[in-house]
Every structure is written in C-alpha cells, then in structure tokens.
Design a protein around this ligand. Structure first.
Ligand code: ZN
Length: 275
C-alpha cells in the first residue's frame, strides 16, 4: 500500500486568512506551517495504523517549502521545494494505490476559505468543458494514472466540490467557511480526530472509489481575468486564443503535458502588465 499525499495550506485546520499562508503577509505564517505539519502527521499516523507501508508527501503550497521537515512523521518521505514539472502532484504515478489531498480549498470564483485556482490570473479552468479547481485538476492528473483520490480535507465547501467530482470520496471537514477569510474552526484535538477517522474510512473504502476519468484527448481551457494575460498565455505553441472570452485552449498529449503547459501559460500570463 503506497499513498500519495498532496498537502496544500489554505484548507489546513485553524487557517483562515493570508497571514497564515504567506511569509510576507503576517506573523501567523510560522504557526500555519506547524498546523500544516500537524494535519499531515494526523493523516500519516492513521494511514500507518491502518496498514499503509509507504507514504509520499508533496508540500504543495506556494514555494512548496512550508512543511516542517524536522517535525514530519519519520516514516514519510517529503518532496519539498519548487519548481516541479507537475507542481502539486509531482511524483504521482501508477505505482501509487491512492492519493489524498490535504488542506485543499475551493476554486476561483466561488465561496470558501481562501478560494482560488492556482494563481491570481485564472478566472476559470476547464477540462473537457467542466470547470475545475486545483482539486479537480490534480484529480484528473491522478486519474490518468488510474490512481483514485480517496480523501480531501479542508472546509465544508471543498468537501462539496470534491464530492461533485468523486462520489463517495471521504471528506475531513476541519472548518466551516463563514467568508473567504473567516471560518469556524474545530479545535486542534477534534480536527486531528476528524482527519484520522476520515483517513481510515477512506482506506477502508478504497476499492469503491474509481479514478477520475475524462474522455481523451483532453481539452484544457483557461479563462483569464483580462485580455493581456490571455495574449501572453497564447504565446505557448499549439494553443488557440478565443478573444471574446479571454480564453486560451490547448489539447495536451497526456497529463504531464497538461500540467507543464498549464504552468507555462500561468507563468507567461503573470508577466502581463497593467493589473
Ligand atoms: Zn495553496
């Protein structure tokens, strides 16, 4: 039993705003790193108790250097640092039995604690015409390797977003969204218990969760916030720019191409001046 944990930060227990997730934004960042490590450890401990043998943890937030390596469970392997070709799911391949997405958040344009999709340039991200956030995009990547995403943790709204895509997925709800930067948080003890219980439930029903499959070839469409960003993203060879919707469309050869091209488009779009 080999598990892949992608650990983001916005959906971690006790985290409600940017002071916890951005080292430049406030004095809660060091606490946020501890909370992130604690949530990961709760899932790792439960998975090992259940019988998992190998646990690969991908730090998946911002510069991907947030988890406190010295405090992470000794049985886990930690992928830290960036850049990485496949970012939040780098290292995930068909050798894994399942993936768990910890500390995730809702997509850009909907309510939920710290909702967004990948960076500040995306208005909407679509795969085969279906709008997805980071959860869905990464779940499609895993699905192409036949790896099911069996659990998500975060606020109550990412739980709904995940269930829409993957019926039966185990959801550890550690906070209830009040606004995009406010939440009612479970206590640390209760959040830890919720994470452990839902990890074991996920592993117990692993065979009932299908990998997320989408018809191939995939079509990736990114709607940008403004035309300047779309114009920059459309520099990527093979893309098609739909001017009336600020959308750039691409048909990736495979999931690796999908991820790398998305990153190239976002990086180019991020250089657009004027907003
Ligand atoms: Zn993040």
């Amino acid at each position: 039993m080999k598990l892949f944990l992608s650990v983001d930060m916005e959906g971690i227990s006790g985290i409600v705003d940017t002071t916890y997730i951005n080292p430049d934004a406030g004095n809660n960042y060091q606490r946020g790193r501890q909370f992130m490590t604690d949530d990961a450890n709760a899932v790792i401990e439960a998975a090992l108790e259940w019988g998992a043998k190998e646990i690969f943890v991908a730090d998946s937030h911002n510069t991907m250097n947030n988890i406190l390596w010295e405090a992470l469970h000794p049985k886990a392997r930690l992928l830290a640092g960036s850049p990485r070709d496949h970012s939040m799911v780098h290292g995930l391949d068909d050798s894994f039995d399942a993936a768990l997405f910890i500390g995730y958040h809702t997509r850009q344009g909907v309510p939920g604690v710290l909702s967004h999709t990948m960076s500040n340039v995306i208005r909407n991200l679509y795969i085969n015409g279906r709008v997805v956030g980071e959860f869905g995009f990464n779940a499609v990547f895993a699905g192409m390797y036949q790896v099911p995403v069996i659990m998500v943790s975060g606020d109550n709204l990412i739980a709904e977003e995940a269930r829409d895509l993957i019926p039966g997925i185990s959801t550890a709800v550690v906070k209830e969204a009040v606004s995009r930067t406010a939440a009612i948080c479970l206590s640390r003890e209760e959040a830890t218990a919720e994470l452990k219980q839902k990890t074991k439930a996920a592993l117990s029903s692993l065979n009932q969760i299908a990998p997320l499959r989408m018809a191939q070839p995939l079509e990736m469409a990114i709607e940008f916030s403004h035309a300047g960003q779309a114009e920059m993203a459309a520099i990527v060879p093979g893309t098609r720019y739909e001017q009336e919707t600020n959308t750039v469309i691409y048909t990736p050869a495979d999931q690796q191409d999908m991820y790398k091209t998305m990153r190239a488009m976002l990086n180019l779009a991020g250089t657009a001046e004027f907003f």
